[in-house]
Write a protein that binds this ligand. Sequence first.
Ligand SMILES: [Zn+2]
Length: 263
Amino acid sequence: MATPPHQRSARRPTANSPQMMGLVAVAFVGALLLFVITGAAANRPTDREVIIESSQANLTPGAALAAPLAAGPTPRSTVERPVGPYVGIVAGHWGNDPGAVCPDGTTEKDTNLQIAQLVAKKLRERGVWVDLLQEFDSRLDGFSADVLVSIHADSCEPVDADPPATGFKVARSQASQIPTLTDKLAECLRTEYRKATGLEFHENSITNDMTFYHSFNELDPNTPAAIIETGFLYLDYDMIVKQPELPAEGITNGILCFLKTQL
Ligand SMILES: [Zn+2]
């Protein structure tokens, strides 16, 4: 069907009109710019998407835990600290004294250090910044981090106790200014340590040496802190001395469990 002449002229501009050519060029450039801008925006994730993606990646075992954690309930100290999850691990008695000593020469200090080094390695593999600290490390003064865990072990003497002296203990800092949060750390450590080692929680023998542990008073009271006695060197020797990977796995998983609650 033929198109009426007036419609045809309205739809089809003449190619030799300089004004029309200019308008077409401007429209083309504008459309191109719009395409580039919207295309770039569509391909760039928002900050929120970046955080969610990295958080999900971090929750996968073995993935890097590199996302910055949310700030705690109260402001941290102004001491400079690394970006992202930051954990202090104290190897009990290291740099000071042997702690408990077994007849075969095994010391508590060596046992603690072996486990602490494995914990540090495992956490670093997950992207956590770790400082391995001595018992009376000068860095503990005002220490500010997402977590501090001090690793100790119990006696190598045959303890006549009911129940028998086997099992582990966890105590949190009594000096903590964030008790609810610190309770969560202790809970994560108890759950994950029991799961990894099969040892039972030996609540009866938690002493003031644990709950009023000296480091708890030195560090920033806004740092969630706990002490773990990994087992008794006498009855749990085969676990904590001979298979340090298991206690280290339990402590690592306990710390990761707590860090995840802070994301
Ligand atoms: Zn000790």
